[in-house]
Design a binder for this molecule. Structure first.
Ligand code: AMP
Length: 248
């Protein structure tokens, strides 16, 4: 089975985002960028499935600028076999990404697509679900455990109030949640090896996808500053304060 893993280059999760002075978006100039953390988990899961013999090839794909090659190389260094960069400098919204991924999947015919549950820059949590709908395939979102059975996948999903287990007929779409696994670090020899793994560069028009935005960003602003708290000497004062504020 071939596994396709879409990986997005996003602002690093350790960076505190700054809003541009004109309020049109987040300032990305000279900011550290990395692979979306949930996509690292998706890559790790694909590698573990290959190590267990459930898969024989892992293809990673990114839709983004030329620099997204670095993100793809990271995935190759972790253990993916080859990569596809669908290159564009434009912002691509989840629906257009899902349409491009469908184009890639139609060509590659993977038995499984594992995405991150959400990208930490737009926080959309849409692409996997849209891809499953466009492809007419079963989906298991927010996966915290995946078990391969011949022709099927047993996926434990994190849902409000507990876990749900679903059995999907392959080919299927899965999105990775935080507790699915802990991604490995790439070793130096594997980073070197990744340099010679193949990366194919394509464009959105190769898949006939119009990436023109359908959403208009009106304004991006910082969240309001949190007010300072107060210290109370004992529980009685705390209860009195809460009553005074009408919350107890
Ligand atoms: P989102 O729906 O934007 O929150 O993204 C969910 C998941 O879709 C991500 O974790 C990635 O696996 C995939 N994805 C979203 N945008 C891209 C992109 N530009 N390139 C590759 N994969 C993407």
């Amino acid at each position: 089975m071939k596994i396709l893993v879409p990986v997005k280059r996003v602002i690093d999760y350790n960076v505190k985002p700054r809003v541009k002075a004109d309020g049109t978006g987040v300032d990305l100039a000279n900011v550290k960028m990395s692979m979306n953390p949930f996509d690292e988990i998706a890559v790790e899961e694909a590698i573990r499935m290959k190590e267990k013999g459930a898969a024989n090839e892992i293809v990673v794909v990114s839709v983004g600028p030329a620099k997204a090659q670095e993100t793809l190389r990271t995935a190759l260094a972790m253990g993916a076999d080859r990569a596809i960069l669908v290159q564009t400098d434009d912002m691509v919204e989840p629906l257009a990404v899902a349409k491009i991924l469908k184009g890639v999947a139609d060509e590659e015919e993977p038995g499984l697509v594992i995405l991150g549950k959400q990208a930490i820059d737009d926080d959309c949590n849409q692409t996997g679900q849209m891809l499953a709908a466009l492809m007419g395939r079963p989906q298991g979102t927010f996966a915290s455990a995946i078990e391969y059975e011949e022709g099927h996948l047993r996926v434990t999903r994190e849902v409000d109030g507990g876990f749900e287990t679903v059995r999907l007929a392959l080919p299927a779409i899965v999105t990775a949640d935080l507790r699915l696994n802990e991604p490995r670090y790439a070793s130096l020899p594997n980073i070197m090896k990744a340099k010679s793994k193949p990366v194919t560069v394509r464009s959105p028009s190769d898949y006939g996808v119009d990436i023109a935005p359908r959403l208009t960003v009106l304004k991006v602003s910082e969240p309001p500053l949190r007010q300072a708290g107060i210290k109370v000497p004992d529980v009685e004062t705390l209860v009195a304060k809460l009553k005074e504020l009408g919350v107890a």
